[in-house]
Design a protein around this ligand. Structure first.
Ligand code: THU
Length: 138
């Protein structure tokens, strides 16, 4: 799938954000190796800590559906209104990516629009990450 389409799906997901506290709206579109796209948005809570990020929302939807192999995620985040900033994934979301993705080949696309984006591998965004392989010491 083209990056443009994945970014448009992240921008669309952002319109679903529930953000009465921060007013910072994030959308994510996660592409599986089989070509499916799972969208997620951030969902906040009056008690603050139960808030879920857009990226984890997308991952957990996909994993629930049985998906285990992922190629890329597009993320669009910004204060309410037009998407005017590059929103990098938080550390917790990077760790969730580490659980399911190959750090060398998984692409993280941080976008303002289909024309304006930056792209990193998971390894670049989470160097020396701790993953499932690290538990297999025997
Ligand atoms: N947020 C995300 O959805 N993804 C991130 O990676 C960073 C932060 C959300 C959580 C919260 O609803 C708002 O942005 C402000 O932190």
């Amino acid at each position: 799938m083209e990056k443009e389409k994945l970014i448009l799906a992240a921008l669309e997901a952002r319109t679903h954000a529930y953000t009465p506290y921060s007013h910072f709206q994030v959308g994510a579109a996660l592409l599986t190796r089989s070509g499916k796209v799972y969208q997620g948005c951030n969902i906040e809570n009056a008690s603050y800590t139960p808030t879920i990020c857009a990226e984890r929302n997308a991952f957990f939807k996909a994993v629930y559906e049985g998906e285990r192999e992922f190629e890329a995620i597009a993320i669009a985040g910004s204060p309410e209104g037009e998407c005017i900033s590059y929103a990098a994934p938080c550390g917790v979301c990077r760790q969730v990516m580490m659980e399911f993705c190959d750090p060398e080949t998984f692409h993280i696309i941080i976008a303002k629009s289909p024309e304006e984006y930056v792209e990193y591998s998971l390894k670049e965004m989470l160097p020396m990450g701790f993953g499932p392989g690290d538990l297999q010491l025997g």
